[in-house]
Design a protein around this ligand. Structure first.
Ligand code: HSE
Length: 430
């Protein structure tokens, strides 16, 4: 039976995502009502600046007073797509206090202070949904929170930032340098005027924190995630990767330690073999591998950004939150019972590609190899190319702890025969 009294939705933010959410709510209202079991009505839209005509939204719904909107007792669900820490956090917690469930796309807030939001939702018996916070339309949060809730996830590995994937893809396919590829990404609208959050890895690190938290039933915050961006990746790194049959991707990697007693979360550029499925993720697409004990390896792929894909995820959550409101039930809350410690980057074990500029004279190769041996880092391959008394030495190691590799590089820098360390990159996905 369809309930005739509509569920009321407050929308915070009417930019690229918010306007698309409003458009779908209006154009698909009949289908949404049928799927939910009651009509769903846009009851107010909070914007920063009033006065602009917003197509498809009745002017009387627009307000600049977001605080008053979320405090209305008749609101059933608040959709937050303004982003940032404040005022979003206060608005969301106020919505909970007034009995509304919340759907948010706010990765920065969830990674910084997700526990405050989860605790407030729990206290007031309402829902917090956030599928859109990680990789937009790609279902990841719900599969991890619900479909895999009976399994043990050991690893989440993926490309979760479209802007940086576009830049690295261009560098790989055209031979362009970082600055040139960034300019192209900006011209095409992939990179924002200030690209810091994407290119320095903050956006991907926030997503890694959220994914690791859900996957390992542990609170993981942005500060727990080791982060390196792509600004130092050079055309020479990409060419070097090609020579090894690899490409370079900005990866988010969340892993449970082999003994199961701790986890790590990191974001950094890495070489992956061209045969790895993530190597074929081109342009601004995202893809994430989840490795679980019973399920095995799962791959999720699709558009990880943009107004429509993000709105798709928001609408899915909105339907879930509305259904719960009608049935008087709640969706899954925070699951952080495992409370596993998050280990520092130094304890991560992986392989490395190191490119050194050295003097081309007898004994240099042996001297460098000794430094690796002294730090317990085993060499897999070495390639040397000499020219005019100088040589480029490219070493690929076997798996070693990150701290041992850092100490090795420090010692190599101190050798008189090493003119410089041209690049260090981790090798993943083998
Ligand atoms: N700026 C992000 C990206 C999308 O490029 O993937 C929002 O997280």
């Amino acid at each position: 039976m369809m309930r005739t009294r509509p569920l009321k939705v407050a929308l915070l933010g009417c930019g690229v995502v918010g306007s698309e959410v409003a458009r779908i709510m209006t154009t698909q209202s009949k289908d949404l009502a049928a799927r939910i079991g009651a009509p769903v009505e846009l009851a107010g839209v909070a914007v920063r600046r009033a006065g602009r005509v917003r197509e498809g939204i009745a002017p009387e719904l627009i307000t600049t007073d977001a605080a008053a909107l979320v405090a209305r007792e008749d609101i059933d669900v608040v959709v937050e797509v303004i982003g940032g820490i404040e005022p979003a956090r206060t608005l969301i917690t106020t919505a909970f206090e007034h009995g509304a469930s919340v759907v948010t796309a706010n990765k920065a807030l969830l990674a910084e202070d997700g526990s405050t939001l989860h605790e407030a939702a729990e206290k007031h018996g309402v829902d917090l949904y956030y599928e859109a916070a990680v990789a937009a339309a790609i279902p990841l949060v719900r599969p991890l929170r619900e479909s895999l809730a009976g399994d043990t996830v050991n690893r989440v590995l993926g490309i979760v930032n479209g802007t940086t994937n576009f830049i690295l893809d261009r560098m790989d396919s055209t031979g362009a340098g970082y600055a040139e590829a960034l300019d192209e990404a900006t011209a095409l609208g992939y990179a924002e005027a200030d690209p810091t959050a994407d290119v320095e890895g903050f956006d991907a690190a926030a997503k890694a924190a959220i994914l690791a938290g859900i996957a390992f039933h542990t609170r993981v915050r942005l500060d727990d995630v080791h982060r390196e961006g792509i600004t130092e990746v050079t055309a020479a790194d990409i060419a070097s990767a090609r020579r090894m049959g690899c490409t370079v991707k900005l990866l988010a990697i969340c892993e449970r330690a082999a003994d199961g007693r701790s986890v790590t979360a990191r974001v950094h550029p890495a070489m992956i073999p061209l045969t790895h499925p993530l190597a074929s993720v081109r342009e601004a697409y995202n893809a994430v591998f989840v490795e679980a004990e019973a399920a095995g390896r799962l791959m999720f792929y699709g558009p990880g950004a943009g107004g429509s894909p993000t709105a798709s995820a928001v609408l899915g959550d909105l339907v879930a939150a509305c259904r719960n409101k009608l049935s008087g039930s709640r969706g899954p809350g925070e699951s952080a019972y495992a409370q596993l410690p998050v280990s520092p980057m130094g304890e991560v074990v992986t392989r490395y590609h190191i490119s050194l500029d050295v003097a081309d004279k007898p004994g240099v190769l042996a001297q460098c190899a000794t430094v690796f041996a002294e730090h317990g880092v085993s060499i897999d391959t070495v390639r040397q190319q000499g020219k005019d008394g100088e040589a480029s030495l490219v070493v690929v190691t076997h798996r070693a702890p990150d701290a041992a590799l850092s100490a090795t590089v420090e010692a190599l820098r101190n050798l008189d025969t090493v003119r410089g360390v041209a690049s260090i990159m981790r090798v993943e996905g083998e």
